[in-house]
Design a protein around this ligand. Structure first.
Ligand SMILES: [Zn+2]
Length: 797
């Protein structure tokens, strides 16, 4: 089986507040395309493929109405009519499992239009389509609001859930879905008296308005009078008349002063935005209390892995404590570099870590993306994924030619996901290439959820993966940087979650699961993407066919651990801030004071007066009280990797268990039960914390193995040690190669390559400006070559 991706042209997350009926409107999983896709279609599959062709799917995603923008109106009207029939039907049906089935069908008929429209409104290149989709979203949204307050509809579900005998007779998935529908209903206050119900409806509307206003405010630039900026850095900013416009933190700018100015100006508090945030938080609190929860966080966390705000805080506090020593070391290292480069102003400030840690990574590991790209052509990566899924899960990806009008851009590829014995599982549309006006984030969109239909057929899931890869050119295939490759794996993790789910109800299809579980399958794929045994299977130089050397993979993996404790600590701080904001109200002080205290407690770098980072914290909208989810998902993914796949990433039995225990259930099962089923034990908060922290350990074993497995003879090991000893005496910082050249070129001759040469015991050493090291044995004339990976270790090739 082979997937050919010729491209002639082109990791978290948001959950829209579509209250009620649990319609996952706009549920977008964050995270990340090819010209002509040739494929081999398996025998059983041809029939299905031709059947679809025969019926001439002409519209978007094969929906016949959607061959033109006007079709959205037809589709939405059809959906609304069907909804009305289903509402009548469910109200007339005696309570039982049938009630849940009809509810799900009702939700399906609306979601199928709304989810599709949600995607089209942001991704279609034609404005007419985008506008028609927008309109469809609005009209379905109005319908959803109406249904949320339909008492008769509510009562039909309530009759079922109030009857204990009936509830006990339901299978666990049906029961869970019934409870989820009810949970969504209750946020509209439908179970309350008239006066309270009205307040709940008003609060929902207010929260929706405040959310979009706050979200908009998080991106607005701040301006400052030009004359207030130091003259030397003015040209770094966009100027408009007498003012400079600052639209981001400029976290990667090499000039300390530029970053400092950007930080202070971009984060300067805006009174309107501050008021919007405070109102948003207090309205959420009021609504949660109105519908029976002590805080907004308590409501938001129901049904998640964490389950309660207390558990989330325990997780964050323990993680913070365990990280703190490593974080301090990271800060010290960053401070050391800053001091060398900027001795006058070496205090470490919040605008420093991202820039300096990037610098240290690049200097130490020589991980220039250009060195890796040739090994990661899109075709090779897709083949790698297909091979992995095949060995692990018995699943293959086949490129299928879309029917005319089925895709929104000619470079979109359609993949059929086929199981070796079960046949076609679903479709993934790969919208991988850059295009004007395309959203920049890498995303997974559910277009149609999987569900068991009344006639016994299974409605196959359909998803879109959106990435922003460069187009290939005449001589060059699309080449991915290591980061893009990892994102591709991440997004494919979401897609496989959707494809392998076999839930009875679309309400809990694939990624429609609790937020802190949703990133587990995608982050798990990142572990595969970073494992040499997996990468080795597909990473080939597109010209020479040479495999990506093992030490390049190790170097990449180890580079990610540089300052990783400080990075994680920052995430802990954000997550803790989000919990406190959505915890007990009224808040004990202003949101800015809370930010300052939480930053000191959970991060460690000083708060900068007259800044208010929280006003730029856009995830407060989509992830209210759930920002911790990414960390928790990572912890679970790490445990699953360690326990089930680390020993053998192609272990079919583990793959099958993974599907059976985790992927198959979507959101239809309590997430902790899925984790427990997979790990065969119930992990504790300490387990989560320990696994996250162990992931930060440098893997020196790999390097040792590396140098021995590559037939390094003993003499090399001995001389390497000599080289290390010698070079260490000369080194004090990761920037030595550069400093060395300047300071000591008088003592040591400099080669044309820019390398330094000096003699040491038994041979001659070279230090290249990029951190690479060489050693030439004078007796044997043999030489070896390596890369400095930390202050004390050289990785030899
Ligand atoms: Zn993701």
């Amino acid at each position: 089986m082979e997937l050919v991706w010729e491209s002639g042209s082109a990791r978290s997350p948001g959950e829209a507040a579509a209250a009620g009926l649990g319609l996952p409107l706009g549920r977008v999983i964050l995270v990340g395309r090819p010209e002509k896709c040739l494929s081999v279609i398996p025998p059983g599959h041809v029939l299905c493929f031709q059947w679809e062709l025969f019926f001439g799917f002409q519209g978007l995603f094969g929906v016949p109405e959607l061959s033109a923008p006007e079709g959205f109106r037809v589709a939405q009207e059809k959906a609304l009519r069907k909804t009305e029939q289903l509402v009548q039907r469910v109200c007339a049906t005696p309570p039982g499992p049938q009630t849940v089935l009809i509810f799900d069908e009702l939700s399906d008929s609306l979601c199928r239009v709304a989810d599709l429209a949600d995607f089209v409104k942001i991704a279609h290149p034609e404005a007419a389509f985008r506008e028609a989709a927008e309109e469809a979203c609005r009209s379905i949204g109005t319908m959803v609001e109406k249904l949320n307050t339909n008492v008769e509809l509510y009562q039909s579900l309530q009759r079922l859930l109030a009857d204990k005998k009936l509830v006990d007779s339901l299978d666990p998935e049906t029961r869970r879905v019934a409870e989820l529908f009810m949970f969504d209903f209750e946020i509209s206050g439908i179970h309350l008296d008239r006066e309270k119900r009205k307040r709940a409806v008003d609060l929902n509307v207010k929260i929706l308005d405040l959310s979009s206003a706050f979200l908009m405010g998080t991106h607005l630039p701040n301006t400052i009078e030009k004359r207030l900026l130091p003259e030397g850095i003015r040209h770094h900013f966009e100027l408009a008349g007498d003012h400079a416009v600052v639209d981001s933190l400029r976290a990667e700018a090499p000039d300390d002063l530029v970053r400092e100015a950007a930080y202070k100006i971009f984060l300067y508090p805006n009174a309107g935005q501050l008021k919007r945030l405070e109102e948003l938080l207090s309205s959420r609190d009021l609504l949660a209390k109105l519908v029976g929860y002590p805080t907004y966080s308590h409501r938001a966390l129901q049904g998640t892995i964490a389950q309660s705000p207390e558990t989330v805080m325990e997780f964050l506090e323990k993680l913070s404590d365990k990280l703190s020593e490593r974080t301090m070391k990271d800060f010290e290292m960053i401070r050391g570099v800053k001091m060398k480069l900027n001795p006058q102003n070496s205090e470490l400030m919040p605008w420093d870590p991202p820039y300096y840690s990037g610098l240290i990574r690049a200097e130490r590991f020589n991980i220039e993306p250009g060195l890796y790209c040739p090994f990661f052509s899109l075709g090779a990566c897709m083949e790698g994924l297909s091979l992995l899924f095949n060995r692990l899960l018995g699943v293959s990806l086949y490129g299928e030619q879309p029917v005319k009008g089925e895709v929104w851009s000619e470079d979109v590829r359609k993949l059929a996901v086929v199981h070796e014995s079960e046949g076609l599982l679903g479709y993934i549309y790969c919208d991988f290439f850059q295009r004007a006006d395309k959203p920049h984030q890498d995303c997974h969109f559910t277009i149609r959820g999987g569900r068991l239909k009344e006639d016994g057929d299974y409605q196959l899931p359909v998803v879109v993966l959106m990435l922003n890869l460069p187009h290939s050119s005449r001589n060059l295939p699309t080449l991915l940087t290591p980061g893009m490759m990892e994102n591709l794996f991440h997004e494919m993790g979401h897609a496989m979650h959707s494809m392998l789910g076999r839930t009875r109800y679309q309400h809990v299809t694939g990624t429609r699961c609790p937020t802190d579980f949703a990133e587990v399958p995608s982050i798990l794929m990142e572990y595969f993407a970073n494992d040499y045994r997996v990468v080795h299977q597909f990473a080939r130089h597109y010209q020479t066919g040479q495999s990506l050397p093992r030490n390049m993979v190790s170097r990449l993996c180890e580079s990610k651990k540089v300052c990783a404790a400080a990075d994680m600590q920052l995430q802990v701080f954000y997550a803790a801030l989000d919990q406190i904001y959505h915890g007990k109200h009224p808040l004990r002080s202003s949101t800015t004071d809370i930010l300052r205290d939480t930053q000191e407690r959970f991060y460690g770098l000083p708060y900068v007066p007259n800044t208010a980072w929280q006003l730029r914290f856009s995830h407060l909208v989509g992830y209210g009280a759930k920002y911790y989810s990414y960390l928790m998902s990572r912890a679970v993914a790490s445990m699953v990797w360690r326990e089930c796949f680390r020993q053998d990433p192609f272990n079919r039995a583990a793959g099958e268990r993974y599907r059976r225990e985790m992927l198959a259930h979507g959101g239809g099962r309590e997430p902790m039960l899925m984790v427990q089923g997979m790990l065969q034990k119930r992990p504790s908060i300490d387990d989560f914390v320990n696994t996250l922290v162990s992931d930060l350990d440098l893997d020196f074993e790999t390097f040792l193995m590396d140098s021995t497995s590559h037939e390094k003879s003993r003499w090399q090991r001995v001389h390497m040690q000599a080289l290390l000893d010698t070079s260490l005496k000369k080194e004090a910082s990761p920037f030595v190669p550069l400093k060395w050249r300047h300071k000591e070129s008088s003592e040591h001759s400099t080669l044309r390559t820019g390398a330094l040469r000096y003699d040491c015991e038994g041979g001659r050493c070279f230090a290249f400006p990029n951190g690479a090291r060489g050693f030439n044995d004078l007796q044997t004339g043999r030489s070896c070559y390596g890369v400095l990976i930390s202050g004390t270790h050289v990785l030899w090739e």
